[in-house]
Design a protein around this ligand. Sequence first.
Ligand code: ADP
Ligand code: ZN
Length: 723
Amino acid sequence: MPTRFVDVLAPVALDRTYSYRIPETFDLKAGDIVSVPLGARDVMAVVWADDAEPEPRLHNRLKDVDEKLDFPPLKKELRSFVDWIADYTLSSRGMVLRMTLRMGDLGPERLRLGVRLSGPPPERMTPARRRLIALLSDGMLRPKSEAAAEAGVSTGVVDGLVDEGTLEVLPLPKAMPAPPPDPDFAVPEFSQGQQAAVEAMRAFAKKDAFGAALLDGVTGSGKTEVYFEAVAEVLRKGRQALILMPEIALTGQFLDRFAARFGVRPFEWHSELTPRTRARNWAAIASGEARVVIGARSALMLPYADLGLIVVDEEHDQAYKQDEGAHYHARDMAVVRAHIAKIPVVLSSATPSVETEVNARRGRYQRIPLPQRFGGQHMPHIEPIDLRIEGPPRGRFIAPRLAEAVRHAIERREQALLFLNRRGYAPLTLCRACGHRFACNICDAWLVDHRFRQRLVCHHCGFSMPRPHVCPQCQAEESLAAIGPGVERLQEEVAALFPQARTMVLSSDLITSIEIMRSELNEIAEGRVDIIIGTQLVAKGHHFPRLNLVGVIDADLGLGNGDPRAAERTFQLLNQVIGRAGRESGHGTGYLQTHQPQHPVMRALIACDREAFYQSEIESRERTGYPPFGRLASLIVSAGDRATAEGFARKLASTAPLDDQVKVLGPAEAPLAVVRGRYRYRLLVKSARGYDLSGYLRDWLAAGPKTKGNLKLEVDVDPQSFV
Ligand code: ADP
Ligand code: ZN
């Protein structure tokens, strides 16, 4: 037998593959996961080609593959997907591969412990304890963390009940394979308005072919129930389904809804999994035991044994864009993966991205509409509050009319949600005596006052310092003033206005774990909070039955910062947050506090005229050649000093190949000019639609100047962020 060779790709920041010799003791095929010597280490790698033909003079220098590892091989479809993403985003293939191989570490099998109900109830009962006891009253033994998560309590609550003798601790039997979801477990009765969408969805998912559908339904129309029918079809075929979600905050209620429909919970995939669960779930996905996976964007990269459907929930959400490492957009890549795997993909939204909306209008995506709220509930009524005319008193942020509405809501024992997309207490602190403003030393940003933590914090690099009592510039004492509101300051105002109300602030920086977040969302859903104050964390997806009033404190916040997507984002976010109101009662109201009620976004929101918004936005994109009517890429140059960054950016721009389909704008100083002590310059590359922009960039960068020292060049194809 002649010696054979393979090319392997390692999950490290390299684009190229390396050749190795196949030892005589085993055979290898493309996709096999192996261990190879690389430099001084042994690394895991994947066979990318099993018919490699290295130059004969190298044959004796090539090393042997160490070992074939005991994992299912990566399918051709996934390998092509890795190549595709790397090619499109100009990332190294190894880096993209790394995302598929994040299998965690199962570690040695150790004895796992569980808890179950055994003793009398505790002396002191709390709502959390009651939920936990209710969960465990079936007498089943559950791992501690699982019991806590399912009951929506912290593990401390479990420990407390163990100490009191209400619960006992026992070793768990070895993990059993999870029972599969049952597509017929509890099929809901669909309303007349939903029936057509359900039929279309089932027919769409039945096909074993690529297709993209836009499930286009207003908030509360039952999009989840409808796409569950697509999942059911795929389960009947014995294949796997992936449901992508923009935010793990959403998954708590979702897991329960899924279990109510299919009898068991789905597998999860996101950054908060413990290494053990990650390892277990990765293996279950690769073996096919995990039939339905619900995950954050990274779940798209996993090695499914037999993926038959992808659903992208809230497809317009910007959280789908990854802005570090490989800059990829999980919604767009979901469509690519579905195309390569020849399977259907469902994009679901009440406010589709302009790209998706245009694809639906052109007929490239099948539109499946759900125009009404389930149960005949009305959409929320929207009341603008013109801050120029009826704004709050100086130093306050809740206009009298909104405060009045909140008071009525509480009197009716309903909930109110006050939305302000700003973390912390105040975005700026200044000295009243000398005008000194507190800024980050290494970023071009003000320090944000966080009163709960009692620190001034930079939101870009995480730098923080205690809030001083003396101005560092003029030494004046107690002279510092907070300028502008954040959610913490809003809570102070709410406490002053409604001293009896139970309030809760939901903001990503106040939530230290997914368990705590789930338990807080549970408390709201169960009606144990009167006024919810939150950032965008509360805008998405949640279903709070007692919530009928939403007040947007600063509707203009996301507008007018020069970002080409500002209008679209503001429309989507506000539509979504107002959509939390009246989901069960059918009489929701959304108050919009704005300085510019004439702005097209506000006008469309106030008139509930979605069509008007898309019409004007699509026209403006068409006129300016912005996506999807043209293509964009950003090149971000950064360095430790301004001159180096600017010099390189200029040199780079001067080497851009001439092409009448491409325009290179800049370099210009980035809106966020300094981050973590690095000076930033941006180039914006615009091309015609359908043009191979990635290919253009690759040729340009291959021939252009090379980064050295601490210069860095980031490439962002289809950018979402322009800061
Ligand atoms: P959307 O995702 O479109 O905002 P959801 O899927 O969350 O809407 O549905 C809104 C509410 O209506 C949920 O509580 C859901 O369980 C309920 N619902 C929707 N359709 C049905 C149905 N056919 N039968 C029972 N409940 C339904
Ligand atoms: Zn900073």
